[in-house]
Design a protein around this ligand. Structure first.
Ligand SMILES: C[S@@+](CC[C@H](N)C(=O)[O-])C[C@H]1O[C@@H](n2cnc3c(N)ncnc32)[C@H](O)[C@@H]1O
Length: 219
């Protein structure tokens, strides 16, 4: 069982200073050299699945939304995050798309007035949530509930179980898990697949380096 305080730890790290460093450190260096999943791969996955009415949960700096090609000229973009600094950074970055923002904890149930969506993304959010995939399962339930029938939920998450990290990845895993920035020591591809199957149909999951890229549709 995890608490609201545990959930806050996974979001609290993202302040103005860390968000300034995020694109260079996480998207530029760590993705390539620690996790062996270049940001370009995450972006391609985003392009494949993003719809005209899109909800992004766990927005960070908004990099992927900023570099993504939407299927329509004027998409509806809704941003949801526990951390107001992330919402401010991402919404400013994609202000040309006029995003709507909501501060919320994805582990608690929520209702969004803009729902239903064609697509919901959760990129690099699951490894920040506390506990194991059983504890994180409500996040998928709450996100899936925002979709229209057949709508797609997609994302990526760094795994900690059933794979071998390189030296840099091993150090980052230890430091981030100790600080509560990550909670992914028990996160395996099999457990992720099982959690997604509880809430979605037509699950697709593949590994690139130490990252699981996944998608599934609302039943
Ligand atoms: C690692 S960043 C991901 C940023 C972006 N999606 C990307 O892929 O670059 C994780 C984001 O999830 C947010 N977050 C963490 N825990 C959350 C929760 N329980 N509910 C909603 N957002 C959360 C953090 O505030 C942060 O903005």
């Amino acid at each position: 069982m995890t608490s609201t305080t545990d959930a806050a730890a996974g979001a609290a790290y993202y302040n103005r200073a860390s968000l300034l460093a995020y694109d260079l450190w996480v998207l530029g260096l760590s993705n390539r050299y620690a996790w062996h999943c270049p940001t370009e791969t995450l972006l391609q996955h985003f392009h494949q699945h993003v719809g005209a009415r899109h909800l992004d949960i766990g927005v960070g700096t908004g990099y992927l939304l900023d570099h993504c090609h939407f299927p329509v000229a004027n998409p509806l973009i809704v941003l949801a995050d526990l951390n107001p600094a992330s919402l401010a950074a991402a919404s400013h970055r994609i202000r040309h798309l006029h995003p709507v923002t909501h501060q919320l904890n994805v582990l608690e149930s929520f209702v969004l007035p803009e729902a239903p969506f064609d697509s919901v993304s959760m990129n690099y959010l699951l490894h920040c949530l506390p506990g194991n995939f059983a504890d994180k399962s409500p996040a998928i339930a709450h996100a899936a509930a925002q979709l229209k029938r057949g709508g797609v939920l997609f994302g990526a998450t760094i795994l900690g179980e059933g794979i071998t990290h390189n030296a840099l990845g091993g150090i980052l895993m230890r430091v981030y898990n100790r600080q509560g920035i990550f909670s992914n020591r028990e996160d395996s591809a099999d457990a992720l697949q099982q959690m997604l199957e509880q809430h979605l149909k037509n699950i697709k999951l593949h590994l690139v380096g130490r990252v699981a890229l996944f998608s599934g549709q609302r039943r």
